[in-house]
Design a protein around this ligand. Sequence first.
Ligand SMILES: NC(=O)c1ccc[n+]([C@@H]2O[C@H](COP(=O)([O-])OP(=O)(O)OC[C@H]3O[C@@H](n4cnc5c(N)ncnc54)[C@H](OP(=O)(O)O)[C@@H]3O)[C@@H](O)[C@H]2O)c1
Length: 268
Amino acid sequence: MTQMMELRGRWSLITGASSGLGVELARHIAREHGGHVVLVARRRDRLEALAEELRARHGVQVACVTADLSRPDDVERIFTEATQGRDIHAVILNAGVTYWGEAMKQGWSEFQSMLDTNVTSLVRLSSLFVPYLVERGTHGGMMFVSSVAGLIPVPYQAAYSGTKAFVTSYGQCLAQEVRPKGVSVTVFAPGGISTELLVNSGLSNRFKAGDMGVMTPEECAAHAVRAFLRRKELYVPGLLNQTLALAARVLPRGFLAQRTAAIYRPES
Ligand SMILES: NC(=O)c1ccc[n+]([C@@H]2O[C@H](COP(=O)([O-])OP(=O)(O)OC[C@H]3O[C@@H](n4cnc5c(N)ncnc54)[C@H](OP(=O)(O)O)[C@@H]3O)[C@@H](O)[C@H]2O)c1
């Protein structure tokens, strides 16, 4: 399957569309590609505000699904609501949460919620949407937002790094399994992005847009959509992040873990 994906006049579903990269992915798809979007997140007010903006500025259709990805019933409902009365062509599983600090200090319920949000919901939504896209036979696609932290072990973001390693590996495996059935799977693995995720975790004190390959969400979204339309199986945006990804392939993981520990170690 070599043809580029076409989003114009078609529906894309985007999780994590109330903030950061998700908002910019929706804006980019509406503005640059005239695509209709289903916006998914917990904060309804933000989804409604974005929906109004996209309808008014770009004349596209927008639907909102309020759902908590850490709740299994909500995850099922996303599929039912999104596919009721519309054909979904592209699914971008972007939502994610992190925790910065010593792994042994992360609360158990916080870890469970991270695992449910970053991993379990992604697998469940894939198991619902991949057969749906295969059945429709229109060469749709899925994109998983992973992270460079899924390619390199990142101490002090241990659980997050583990969830993103899962997402990367699962996505690359799935890509091979479903490509012959006419559906592409893209794993998009950015480095730092200046969003609420950095602010909420406290990492914004350490990394800002322009530092160490940290991108703005607008810049990052443009890279992501480009890679998705070209049906890349794994894409890392930006030269510095690509260098890190290359280092992850050639340098010992223990050495990389030691170096990233020095960068991420919180001040005590
Ligand atoms: N920022 C970075 O430095 C960075 C680097 C590499 C990869 N990434 C990845 O990029 C993706 C987007 O992150 P971001 O930086 O844009 O973060 P963000 O600004 O914090 O946005 C996260 C989005 O995920 C949604 N979300 C979180 N938990 C959810 C839940 N339980 N149920 C439903 N939605 C939930 C949030 O919506 P509600 O709170 O409204 O539900 C929000 O829309 C994530 O997968 C992240 O891991 C980020």
